[in-house]
Design a protein around this ligand. Structure first.
Ligand SMILES: [Zn+2]
Ligand SMILES: [Zn+2]
Ligand SMILES: [Zn+2]
Length: 341
């Protein structure tokens, strides 16, 4: 079954890599600045805002969940960037948006929030379907979560785009973007020249303004991941940096990450004793720390209750840990209906 397949370890590509910051993952023996360490051997230094637990188990996706309570703690730019598909999610998004550009502009001109929202719902709905690796792993299998996520993303877009304060900034952004120069390099990606820094700062200013409004108007409460403050902003910044890093020198790349606060510190994974559980939703093996109550299964995205006793399957005897608030599951190994005792 597909669900059991672990994420393939990203390998350095065969072709020569551009010398940009995003050029690839650390290879054994590489000496890299701390900010560039992104690898399964490294963990972003961060603690849970809900329970205070420090993150210490490695994460396979950019969505960092608490090892103790399953809350979303952070979004790891480095892991997102390590994904060989990182660029595709942007490309897909731009393709989907381009298809509704005209009706979007018309809705905006009419001040038609509902129409605008509906167009964005269609775009995000399609995008989440095509790029589920770009969003929380929960969106893959949990339809209710997915719908809520689409609604939240659409509402963010409405709040962001229809704020009258953004219009003059949009215009300035367009002027700056038009003035950027693309310098070709032999055998590599083009490099950006011109007023890149004012452009990046303006993007930051627009996003800060947008997310402050999203918070003021309570739109952030729609987030099905209940991400702590700052995480959504970090995701926007990550996307921006992902698309520009290949076009900057390593020094400018570092400067860009500092500007957006993405130059996090990483620690090497310390081996520690873990307990094993079997995910009742997909059958994956979960490794958990002593004291953990619930964890997010990175393979299926469900939050799994590990503080309750595991439920033995009557069919095959597997000891299943059930998703939080699920009364029963179909055993992922033998399909037998298995209920909490
Ligand atoms: Zn926690
Ligand atoms: Zn699972
Ligand atoms: Zn079974």
């Amino acid at each position: 079954m597909k669900l059991f397949k672990k994420h393939k370890q990203a390998e350095p590509s065969e072709s020569p890599q551009p010398m940009g910051v995003s050029a690839g993952l650390p290879r054994p023996g590489d000496t890299l600045p701390a900010s560039l360490k992104a690898h399964s051997r490294f963990i972003k230094r961060v603690s849970c805002s809900q329970c205070g637990g420090p993150k210490s188990l490695p994460s396979t996706t950019a969505y960092i969940y608490c090892d103790y309570c399953g809350a979303l703690i952070d979004y790891d730019f480095r892991i997102a960037n390590a994904d060989t598909n990182a660029g595709i999610t942007n490309t897909v998004f731009h393709r989907l948006i381009a298809a509704v550009q005209e009706p979007l502009a018309q809705a905006k001109a009419r001040g038609d929030r509902d129409g605008y929202r509906e167009l964005y719902r269609q775009v995000f709905s399609q995008w989440v379907q095509e790029c589920h690796m770009a969003v929380s792993p929960r969106a893959k299998n949990d339809a209710a979560f997915r719908d809520q996520l689409v609604a939240y993303l659409a509402e963010c877009a409405v709040t962001k785009d229809l704020d009258p304060r953004q219009a003059p900034l949009d215009a300035r952004m367009e002027t700056l973007a038009a003035a950027l120069q693309r310098i070709p390099t032999p055998g590599g990606p083009w490099m950006v020249a011109g007023e890149f820094w004012p452009y990046a700062e303006l993007f930051k200013q627009q996003m800060e303004l947008a997310y402050a409004l999203i918070q003021e108007t309570g739109v952030d409460a729609l987030d099905p991941d209940h991400a702590p403050p700052g995480v959504a902003l970090r995701m926007e910044y990550s996307t921006f940096c992902q698309s520009w890093l290949p076009h900057l020198s390593p020094t400018d790349g570092e400067r860009l990450l500092k500007l957006f606060g993405l130059d996090a510190e990483y620690d090497e994974v310390q081996p520690q004793p873990t307990d094993r559980h079997q995910c009742g939703a997909c059958g994956a093996e979960l490794h958990t720390l002593a004291g953990a109550r619930q964890v997010v299964c990175e393979y299926c995205g469900y939050t799994i209750d590990i503080s309750s006793e595991a439920v033995p399957c009557r069919g095959c005897g597997a000891r299943l840990s059930l998703p939080v608030s699920a009364g029963h599951v179909l055993c992922p190994y033998c399909n037998t209906d298995t209920r909490r005792i």
